[in-house]
Design a protein around this ligand. Structure first.
Ligand code: NAD
Length: 362
């Protein structure tokens, strides 16, 4: 299928191919949908095997971002940029600044933030050419480390799931099994322990476990056994693809709620969770704390406001569980339907011309 047909199939607004020979920049930038506000997206720096692979990535990620932002209640659209690198060593100041000029030329239709292969330092280099960068250090007026807010969002989402299952959102006395205690998982372990939960952890990297044990009490199981650990909440915080037709039957938890992206291998995994009566907090909603935090930069970062807004993931998950029950559909489908319904409604609301209406007003 040619590119315009692919764009038309899923309603993409704009796909831009950017080239700058002197710096070696080769990039593809996609803006999927800006109904809700300016697009937000990551900058992925990767040595793609083919141009087609890069295009597929940028199209898929920008569309996923539209859904994620809408589901999180943000006034942001979906975008993504990929820089096609020849090698990791190919990254240079000139290349990043050439990329920044491309973003500036979009006049605020797309804000970019760190993603796989890019760092906060890279964002600062890009910022030299464009004001449309997010995810900066606090000392630069940014929102700082996103994983802390991502973890807080997951804790709030777990609360909503516990309320649904037990009629009480409290973590005290509940058992949480966390798969992967990196930046987000570790912080979830800390916050859950503080709230009185019993925490069981597994990580492939023993250094992560040793570090955790220095700070608070956790029970450790091997990564091979965390799935079938007896617990109230299974909390995936490692890699994606952890929930499949083979792994879901092994789960002993009533709730699956964690930060990892793309937890479901396929639609069937989500269906199976639903059929087994396991409450699954859709990953693209419960993990949105980092995104909500970064989005605050666009209107002038205020830490208290960011925490408040991330905390509202509790109500979002609560609403999704309710819709899933009412419509008798798996939670990930309920969340996607709700996100698309919000987009549709806002398309209708925004038909009328209003002078100086800010797309970021809430
Ligand atoms: P991280 O790399 O800091 O931590 C991941 C941890 O998982 C590591 O300690 C790793 O050793 C461990 N791990 C890997 N495979 C494992 C396995 N099979 N069993 C047990 N442990 C395993 O990553 P992170 O930033 O904490 O992110 C974790 C997940 O959450 C990712 O899927 C990420 O995309 C998602 N996420 C992160 C953020 C954020 O702000 N960092 C926000 C939203 C979502």
């Amino acid at each position: 299928m040619n590119l315009l047909d692919r764009m038309s199939e899923h309603d993409y607004e704009q796909v831009l191919f950017a080239l700058d020979d002197p710096s070696g920049l080769k990039a593809i930038i996609a803006i999927h949908d800006t109904t809700l506000g300016p697009a937000m997206g990551g900058v992925r720096f990767k040595a793609y095997a083919t141009e087609e692979e890069a295009l597929k990535d940028v199209l898929q990620l920008s569309r996923a971002m539209t859904l994620k932002a809408s589901a999180a209640g943000l006034n942001l659209g979906g975008g993504q940029a990929v820089i096609l690198a020849d090698s990791a060593a190919g990254k240079s100041e000139a290349l990043l600044r050439a990329f920044g000029r491309q973003i500036q030329a979009l006049s605020g239709r797309l804000f970019v933030a760190e993603d796989l292969g890019t760092t906060v330092e890279d964002m600062e280099t890009i910022q030299q050419e464009t004001e449309y960068v997010a995810g900066l250090r606090k000392s630069r007026g940014g929102s700082g480390e996103p994983s802390l807010k991502a973890a807080y969002g997951v804790i709030r989402g777990i609360g909503a799931c516990l309320l649904h299952v037990h009629g009480d959102p409290g973590l005290r006395g509940r058992v949480l099994a966390i798969q992967g205690v990196g930046a987000v998982g570790r912080e979830i372990a800390r916050q859950a322990s503080e709230e009185g939960a019993r925490v069981i952890v597994a990580d492939k990297d023993p250094r992560r476990i040793d570090d955790l044990k220095k700070h608070f009490e956790v029970q450790v199981v091997s990564p091979d056994h965390i799935l079938e650990t007896e617990c109230d909440v299974f909390c995936p915080c490692a890699l994606g693809g952890v929930l499949s037709e083979t792994t879901v039957p092994r789960l002993r938890a009533k709730i699956v709620a964690g930060a990892a992206n793309n937890q479901l291998v396929d639609e069937n995994a989500g269906k199976l969770l639903f059929e087994r009566g396991i409450i699954y907090a859709p990953d693209f909603v419960i993990s949105a704390g980092g995104l909500i935090n970064v989005a605050e930069e666009l209107t002038g970062y205020d830490e208290n406001l960011a925490t408040l807004r991330v905390g509202k993931l509790y109500q979002r998950i609560e609403a999704i569980l309710k819709v899933s029950e009412e419509r008798k559909i798996p939670t990930h489908l309920a969340a996607a339907q709700m996100a698309l319904e919000r987009l549709e409604l806002m398309r209708k609301v925004r038909r009328t011309y209003v002078p100086n209406a800010s797309s970021l007003d809430r």
